[in-house]
Write a protein that binds this ligand. Structure first.
Ligand code: CA
Length: 366
């Protein structure tokens, strides 16, 4: 409903602009749309289920912008996870060109190159605000593009979840000891940290977590936060909901574009894509911030046990995260991103630790 209204207002804006542009020019030439604007139909493979209107929906928002901005000449069809491409094979499909576009989380591909983690999030890494500032203004996007160039891909930020929850546990976690032997769904470097803390780590696409948790194939699972997690029904199969998701302080999703396909676009189509992707980035975080608070309230009211991770879990996670993140630095390309990323985080934390943090810690305790 909201999206319809949003698209409609965009369309009205575009129509008004074209009427204004035509006023009083006396220009009788054919509109540029017929000569410079080829009719294109692209396919986008998403790593996410259609039911997740926040994370999947961002790709639809992007496609709507591109459609409107090109007068309907450039259309992008979004396919949910598993329909034409499996959730964790989006990068390969864009690389091969079997789809022109993907929307995914780069940390699904750390098996190819651990440095892909930096494009999503790392344990105790950048928050959403810090990631966007690093990507758009701190050279972060350029560094990640050097990495993606090896795969024939150009990447763009594609939405952020904000700081995530620490996930659902069927048993209470009272100390580090309680993690040992647990089977948990958790991707990225966070999964590697959990593995070293004694957890049996599993990679499962979002749409398949619920049955695994219900059947007891896994004892714990993390996805994103209250709104999505409630939608996926995790509260029906696990009682304990822990925070914070220290492994995802601000998870960035990525749009991946096949480089050859990108280079073949007219400049105004490239601009439309880029504008649509930035709109999607704004949409996702603001939408999560709108829908998570009431979802959190509903979960707590319906009996979910909401708990902070014990202090020894947080302390061990912090130390082990640092070790694991440091281990990748034997690779020069990883080391280069690692240094830039952490300099940005530390400088940012010194700033956000002043006004932002003082304000939040005062107000949130009132
Ligand atoms: Ca997550």
């Amino acid at each position: 409903m909201k999206r319809r209204r949003f698209i409609k207002s965009t369309a009205i804006g575009a129509a008004t602009a074209s009427v204004l542009a035509g006023c009083g020019t006396g220009n009788t030439e054919a509109p540029a749309v017929q000569t410079d604007s080829p009719a294109l139909r692209w396919r986008l493979a998403s790593s996410f289920a259609r039911s997740l209107d926040t994370i999947y929906g961002a790709a639809d928002i992007m496609a709507s912008y591109v459609n409107e901005l090109t007068g309907g000449r450039f259309t992008i069809r979004v396919y949910p996870a598993g329909e034409i491409v499996p959730a964790f094979e989006v990068l390969e499909s864009v690389q091969k060109g079997s789809v022109q576009l993907g929307h995914t989380a780069s940390y699904y591909y750390i098996g190819k190159n651990p440095a892909f983690a930096f494009d999503t999030t790392i344990p105790f890494g950048l928050t959403a605000r810090q990631f966007n500032s690093w990507a758009y203004h701190g050279g972060g996007l350029g560094l990640m593009r050097e990495l993606y160039a090896d795969y024939g891909i150009i990447n763009f930020p594609g939405g952020n979840t904000g700081t995530q929850m620490g996930g659902w546990f069927r048993r209470e976690i009272n100390s580090l000891n309680d993690l040992r032997g647990l089977a948990m769904r958790i991707p990225g470097l966070g999964g590697r940290v959990m593995d070293r803390l004694g957890v049996t780590v599993q990679q499962i696409p979002g749409g398949e977590i619920y049955p695994a948790l219900e059947r007891g194939v896994i004892d714990a699972a993390e996805w994103v936060g209250p709104y999505d997690d409630e939608k996926l029904g995790f509260n029906n199969v696990a009682d304990y909901y822990y925070y914070p998701g220290w492994w995802e302080p601000g998870a960035n999703l990525s749009f991946l574009v096949n480089r050859v396909a990108w280079d073949g676009l007219p400049p105004h189509y490239q601009a439309a894509l880029e504008a649509g992707m930035e709109a999607a980035n704004m949409y996702m975080l603001s939408r999560y911030d709108a829908v998570n608070p009431p979802a959190m309230r509903r979960l707590a009211e319906s009996g979910t046990q909401v708990r902070p991770f014990p202090e020894d879990v947080m302390a061990a996670a912090f130390t082990t995260s640092r070790e694991i993140i440091q281990e990748g630095t034997s690779d020069p390309a990883y080391a280069k991103i690692h240094v830039a990323y952490h300099e940005w985080r530390d400088e940012g934390n010194r700033w956000l630790g002043l006004a932002q943090n003082a304000y939040a810690s005062f107000v949130h305790n009132r």
